[in-house]
Ligand binder design. Structure first.
Ligand code: ZN
Length: 435
């Protein structure tokens, strides 16, 4: 791929492996330099940002402060200004049209260029290298199907994955027990160095393996969780079943690869790829360090269609702690799922979706659930029906919801399946109305 397509991943990786050794001060300087360059480019070449050209002097001296004068980009703004966000000097023919999975409403379309994509990949390889996993190591991906591909394209994609990338793909849609068994045989035949997938799919594999007392024939180095919030309960079960650590990665199709977990357990931000701000859930004013809020991302490498201060929809908090692993890349303190995973009680307090997940953990017969908040006074609790599901656990679940959320109506539904998003992801908590 390097020779034929001019792929630069290894070059980018070498660069990232050099910068990760920098002190935090030097890392932040490097990040600030990248931001300055991007902002100057944006006010010069991007029609949507031209009206901010008067900020040039501030951009030159204090790019971080200048950035706060730009509007926060919501998905709607991107949709409405799609063409005006493309740089006038971008090579339109080489742009790749990408889209979000659309797990929360309408998908967003955006352009990205090949080098930006390669840079994300290089950042992933850097994170994996912390776990002694390297380019070309055999990998099994348990993943939602690439939505845009037709059958023929999918077949070609799979061959390419298998022979160029040493990757085998398992679709995460139809994970019945018989299927999981088949897939485990496939994994054993291929003997990967690591697995890569969505927490909810990995969890189904892990549950099956523990139930059947089955383990992989050959040990693997790690299981990599991406694109879904990794709940502590899932981590434990997956680690137990696969007998290896679970690595957490934080990124988004429309935000890039933002952070990677190191072997000391902390999420290090890729400052070479992203500038991250955290804004209040309601007012979007920037919050102080350590406080939870909406993550606002500026991708530092995408010059084709720069999206400054893009509101991703996740809730996080940052930390200025140092990690014991020695890397000085700054840390994310907490990853709290999606903004609309967060519920609001009758009197206006926030309840993070994680609360329900933690609750479900202590109820031994609850296997899978989903809580939906329709309004401040009405909720639905869906529980996966199975022989052992105890009424006692169901009642306890409801009582704790009532305690936490106040006087709300809770509809309990025992269901044979909890529906996944179009993307194949499983969401455990969904708020259906805006804050
Ligand atoms: Zn670390």
């Amino acid at each position: 791929m390097e020779r034929i397509k001019g792929n630069q991943i290894r070059q980018d990786l070498a660069e990232l492996q050099a910068t990760e050794r920098l002190s935090r001060e030097d890392l932040l300087r490097l990040q600030t330099d990248k931001l300055r360059k991007l902002l100057l480019h944006s006010v010069t070449h991007v029609p949507f940002y031209r009206e901010y050209a008067h900020l040039k002097p501030l951009i030159e001296t204090k790019p971080g402060e200048a950035l706060t004068h730009f509007p926060i980009l919501t998905k709607d703004i991107v949709r409405e200004n799609f063409d005006r966000l493309v740089a006038d000097n971008a090579n339109r023919e080489s742009l790749i049209l990408n889209r979000t999975g659309g797990s929360t409403g309408q998908p967003v379309l955006f352009y990205i260029d090949r080098h930006t994509v390669e840079y994300y990949e290089a950042a992933r390889w850097r994170g994996l290298s912390w776990w002694d996993i390297h380019i070309g190591d055999p990998c099994v991906m348990i993943w939602g199907s690439p939505i845009e591909l037709n059958r023929q394209q999918l077949k070609r994609q799979r061959l390419k994955d298998r022979f160029l990338k040493n990757q085998v793909f398992i679709p995460s849609f139809d994970l019945r027990k018989e299927k999981i068994k088949e897939y485990l045989d496939l994994i054993d035949d291929f003997h990967p160095v690591y697995l890569f997938g969505w927490a909810s799919a990995l969890r189904l594999f892990a549950d099956f393996m523990l139930e059947e007392k089955r383990s992989l024939k050959r040990p693997i180095k790690a299981v990599l969780n991406t694109a879904e919030t990794l709940h502590p309960g899932d981590r434990e079960v997956i680690e137990q079943a696969f007998r290896c650590p679970v690595i957490n990665e934080y990124g988004a199709r429309d935000g890039g690869l933002l952070a990677y977990q190191c072997p000391s357990g902390n999420m290090h931000i890729n400052v070479e790829t992203a500038w991250i701000e955290v804004g209040d859930m309601l007012t979007k004013e920037l919050v102080s360090l350590g406080e939870k809020g909406l993550v606002i991302v500026t991708d530092l490498n995408n010059y084709s269609m720069p999206r400054l201060r893009y509101q991703l929809g996740d809730v996080i908090s940052l930390s200025d702690d140092q990690c014991s692993c020695g890397r000085e890349l700054p840390l994310i303190k907490t990853l709290d799922g999606r903004e609309n995973d967060t519920f609001v009680t009758k009197d206006g307090a926030y309840v993070n979706g994680q609360f329900f997940t933690n609750l479900a953990r202590i109820l031994p017969t609850v296997r899978q659930f989903q809580v939906v908040q329709h309004s401040r006074t009405e909720m639905t609790l869906r529980l996966l029906e199975h022989d052992q599901l105890a009424q006692e656990d169901v009642d306890h679940f409801v009582n704790v919801i009532l305690e936490k959320m106040g006087d709300v109506e809770v509809h309990v539904k025992r269901v044979s399946e909890i529906e996944r998003q179009a993307s194949g992801k499983l969401r455990t908590s969904i708020r259906e109305f805006p804050l």
